[in-house]
Design a protein around this ligand. Structure first.
Ligand SMILES: Cc1cc2nc3c(=O)[nH]c(=O)nc-3n(C[C@H](O)[C@H](O)[C@H](O)COP(=O)(O)O)c2cc1C
Length: 220
């Protein structure tokens, strides 16, 4: 698969087949992803891969932690106050998801269930947690983003799909504790990976994008 096709075909997948991904495949993806660039080659990342019983344990632990206390992420992914145009884009994103799941405005229980599916890795066979050293600079966030995209595109090239999940980073303390990760590592993001359930309703919609001319200025 060429890079353009991988980029165009990647989409966030939220329902997966009950089909394992071999450790060799996961390793091959990470073995290529490690060539992601980073400022002065710092490679500030640490990835924790969870499958099988360990994935189940961490899923249970996150869900139970969320019942007991509010989420306490290591950083704010989103602004405290939403403004336009981001407010409208966020709303469209939510409406598309709930629309695909046929969840109505009033159906709070189903909304909670859809949210909680994040913490079950959408039943994907592979979960990943992306950590970086807490004392690194803001530039390292770029490196982490690039690593995530590398993993997602490489997954596509292996016939796999993914969903990057900031939600999986909302309860970093329990994740660190369960996986034996030290406090000096900051949890940036989680990710689900597996074979897409092609016909699942939740996988049927595509999000929109601005056209090139809406976000590019040319200076000849
Ligand atoms: C860093 C990051 C975190 C995200 N977190 C979540 C998440 O917690 N749950 C979720 O369902 N989707 C999550 N998404 C998926 C976005 O909603 C999705 O990328 C966006 O709507 C564009 O759709 P697409 O990925 O299908 O192209 C996240 C995406 C990124 C890049």
């Amino acid at each position: 698969m060429d890079i353009e096709q991988a980029i165009l075909q990647r989409q966030s997948i939220r329902a997966y087949e009950d089909r394992d991904v071999s450790n060799e495949t996961i390793r091959a993806i990470l073995d290529a992803a490690r060539w992601t660039p980073s400022g002065v080659n710092t490679q500030p990342w640490q990835i924790e891969v969870v499958t099988g019983a360990s994935k189940q344990r961490i899923s249970d632990a996150i869900l139970s932690a969320r019942e007991q206390s509010p989420a306490k992420p290591d950083y704010d992914y989103y602004p405290a106050e939403w403004r336009e145009p981001y407010k409208a884009r966020r709303k469209a994103c939510g409406l598309a998801l709930y629309g695909a799941l046929a969840i109505g405005r009033e159906d709070k229980d189903k909304m909670i269930e859809a949210t909680n599916n994040n913490f079950r890795f959408f039943d994907a066979p592979v979960g990943m947690f992306f950590f970086m050293d807490r004392d690194m600079g803001q530039g390292s966030w770029l490196d982490m983003g690039m690593l995530l995209q590398s993993v997602m595109l490489l997954a596509k090239s292996h016939g796999l799909d993914t969903c990057p999940q900031a939600s999986l980073a909302e309860n970093p303390d329990v994740v660190r504790q369960m996986l034996g990760v030290s406090e000096d590592k900051l949890l940036v993001c989680g990710l689900s990976m597996g074979y897409a359930q092609a016909n699942a309703a939740v996988n049927q919609y595509r999000t929109e994008r601005l056209s090139v001319d809406e976000f590019t200025h040319w200076h000849d």
